[in-house]
Design a protein around this ligand. Structure first.
Ligand code: UTP
Length: 476
């Protein structure tokens, strides 16, 4: 079906009003399908918004002033200090919520994973050091273990993007939804944003009939939850809060009762896990409180003096680094999803492949484009009683961001972190493990160190790589 002249005229006029007609440069060379494709993409994008973002005239927060006045956010530390309740009380409160079926899980898996350079969605990356299980499997195993323990289903909401949707759906279908009930798994797709040429502000073409589009950031979750009916699904199931994690962190304690309990006891609408920064200028988002509002100040916006400021004990005042693990109230998401511009767009300079004026595809070696992304942590200032819960990196944070060989956040380091934690649990339960041997525990075998102690024989010695799979000792 060809694109009618009237439709083309409207498109051309809109583009011309925004000085973006270059995207029609190859129109006459396109077949009907190509024309349809490009026209549909162009009709989907909000050119007014894009022009506004290109102009970049919005007033920026004065992060230097905010940071100078900022204090640490309300938080409970890893040793349990800082809250008016104990960690045990939080654990029990979280368990009650899980038993009541009030918790859903949301996994954001729409990123393009460019740094890792894996040619499938990151969730399909085999991260299990012994099992070879994928990130998706690790999280599904965890949910199955929690469901079995508390006797209530946890709906699993997985956000994909154009970059990951088809392969993710195919993967879940081909693998029997990883043991989860299909009815409890809901895959929904986030929106996209066009990339612009960093020098000229012009929309880029990825091919002659296609804009260079990318996912609109993990902050796109809010809109996508609403548009896809997923928020409504949560309501229908009586789910009151969503445990949010990012697909790249195999140590993420998805639907952790203690975190959920802290969230409830703090009467918070948005609770976020954080790690203690190892040094002042560490490249993580900084959780800070200023004027009673909790927010993330990106490391690039944090002046050195504020980063290095210490408290009476000589510890960093802004100690809390954001790691993208949250508990978010469904009612809060309802409220913010209805605010049109709930979250701001951030600009990121990235390498984006494009088609040049001569129609040749260019793979840049340096950042050439600006991408626009929303960040989920920008919800923090909008939340009542935002609260921070410290987790030790060894127990909750080992992201897979970069390819092996990089200095940090590599698959090799994530696998090592899994082995180290498994080893620690096993040794605490009385096992001895030979030097250099890799161990890994499926959450369905043991979800906690206490469960593990009940499961393994006394004086267990492990002298070769071993995966403690479900029913491991039942079979022996
Ligand atoms: P990152 O910011 O690390 O980006 O995402 P990425 O796309 O995975 O990796 P690079 O930067 O291209 O190398 C953190 C988490 O947020 C999700 C990712 O899937 C990951 O779980 N995310 C990111 C989305 O779901 N959508 C997005 O638009 C961006």
């Amino acid at each position: 079906m060809s694109v009618p002249a009237a439709r083309f005229d409207i498109l051309q006029k809109r583009l011309s009003e925004h000085s973006q007609t270059q995207v029609l440069r190859f129109w006459d060379q396109l077949d009907d399908q190509g024309k349809q494709h490009l026209a549909s993409q162009l009709e989907e994008i909000d050119l007014d918004l894009i022009s506004h973002l290109i102009a970049d005239k919005d007033e920026k927060p004065d992060f230097a002033a905010i940071a100078a006045a900022a204090t640490a956010p309300p938080a409970v530390r890893a040793d349990g200090s800082g809250a008016a309740w104990t960690t045990e009380q939080a654990f029990e409160r979280g368990e009650a919520a899980l038993r009541a079926g009030e918790v859903g899980a949301i996994l954001v898996a729409g990123g393009q994973g460019t740094r890792l350079g894996f040619d499938q969605p990151k969730g399909m990356f085999p991260v299990g050091p012994v099992s070879g299980r994928t990130l998706f499997q690790v999280f599904a195993d965890r949910l199955l273990a929690i469901e079995a323990l508390y006797g209530k289903a946890i709906p699993f909401y997985i956000m994909t993007s154009d970059a990951t949707d088809a392969q993710t759906r195919a993967y879940f279908e081909a693998n029997d939804y990883l043991g989860l009930k299909q009815d409890n798994v809901r895959i929904f797709r986030q929106g996209t944003m066009p990339a612009i040429d960093a020098k000229t502000g012009k929309l880029l073409l990825a091919s002659k009939d296609s804009l260079a589009l990318s996912p609109d950031g993990h902050g796109g979750t809010v809109r996508a939850l609403k548009r896809s009916g997923t928020l409504q699904d949560a309501h229908n199931r009586g789910v009151k809060m969503l445990a949010y994690i990012q697909v790249d962190n195999p140590l993420a304690n998805l639907a952790d009762p203690t975190l959920i309990g802290h969230h409830l006891l703090a009467n918070s609408e948005l609770t976020t896990q954080a790690i203690r920064k190892r040094y002042a200028m560490e490249k993580v988002g900084n959780l800070a409180q200023s004027d009673g509002v909790v927010q993330v100040i990106e490391y690039s916006d944090l002046p050195v003096e504020a980063a290095e400021a210490t408290d009476d004990n000589g510890d960093l005042k802004l100690w809390a680094g954001s790691i993208g693990i949250h508990v978010i109230d469904v009612a809060f998401l309802d409220r913010v999803a209805n605010e049109a511009s709930a979250l701001p767009f951030h600009r990121a300079n990235k390498k984006v492949a494009y088609v040049n004026e001569a129609g040749e595809r260019v793979e840049p070696t340096e950042p050439n484009a600006v991408k626009f992304e929303k960040f989920i942590f920008d919800l923090l200032p909008k939340a009542q009683n935002a609260f921070v819960v410290e987790v030790l990196p060894s127990e909750g944070f080992a992201p897979v961001k970069n390819a092996d060989g990089a200095e940090n956040d590599t698959p090799m380091l994530a696998k090592k972190a899994i082995v180290d934690l498994s080893r620690k649990w096993l040794e605490a339960a009385g096992a001895t493990i030979a030097e250099g041997v890799m161990v890994e525990i499926n959450p369905r075998f043991a979800l906690t160190p206490d469960q593990l102690r009940e499961k393994i024989p006394a004086n267990l010695h492990v002298d070769e790589d071993r995966y403690f799979d479900r029913g491991h000792f039942d079979r022996e």
